[in-house]
Design a binder for this molecule. Sequence first.
Ligand code: F6P
Length: 324
Amino acid sequence: IKKIGVLTSGGDSPGMNAAIRSVVRTCAYHNIECIGIYRGYQGMIEGDFKEMGPRSVNNIVNKGGTILKSARSLDFKTTEGRKKAHQNLVNAGIDALVVIGGDGTFTGAEIFNNEFGYPVMGIPGTIDNDIYGTSHTLGYDTALNTVVECIDKIRDTASSHNRLFFVEVMGRDAGHIALNAGIGAGAEEILIPEEDLGLERLLESLQKSKASGKSSSIVVVSEGDKIGKNVFELKEYVEEHMPEYDVRVSVLGHMQRGGSPSCFDRVLASRLGVKAVESILEGKSNFMVGLYQDKVTLTPLEQAIKGSSKIDKELLRVSDIMST
Ligand code: F6P
């Protein structure tokens, strides 16, 4: 292996830049050339490459987003597109790839590896934390802190006006952000896709909370929850059934994906980047580097994509007790 390519793909997440920096500098440390590929797989198809050295990643460890840009490439889903991408890598003399992203990114890498026998290594980068084989994905910790900070602010105004707030958070089909940020911010109720609370229990819970003397409430709603109503419909439903509540909605949206990465995400990114490059140099391929019991480990990409959800049921119980 003489030359390694690195790209970021799918939704960006805080810590991606720190991971790029780690990959580039680990390559330099081992005297390997490193090529940055812009806009994920789309840039691979279009040959949008740039040589990177240790100085091209100065002052990015603290930056949100990704300097390599990101995209969700439709062309890479076609055999034609992947053939073009492979040819571009061969022409540029790139021997292996490090892909930073979520399950869509890993699925693309796995198909690419199966089709061309091309060495790939994945680094989990998504705020959703919905990847099996790692306790944390890059950006998740930062997103949690962002969400908690926002809900703290919402709580100030909620309590001043004796209001109930439905706060919608990201996470796609996973409830990690909602559950953990909800507990961290002291939410009265948390709706996640992994557990369908049901509308009646939601009302019961709100009634109980009112009867216990609480004058304001925060309900954190994961965007993928299964209650069957979006936050605006939930507002209407509660207003209809409990007119005593003054209800407001706040959808946090993409602010959850931005911002300077937390120290945890920066350290994680640095560790995962080193392991990704060194694993390639050891001849390994088709794995994801991740964190398991504070050790950096390898999980086959296929498992990382298809593995089961890792919601901790004990956290649900903790959340119930805390809302007493
Ligand atoms: O996967 C990260 C994520 O932010 C999800 O939480 C969310 O569902 C999705 O991406 C939003 O995608 P987009 O930025 O394309 O709207």
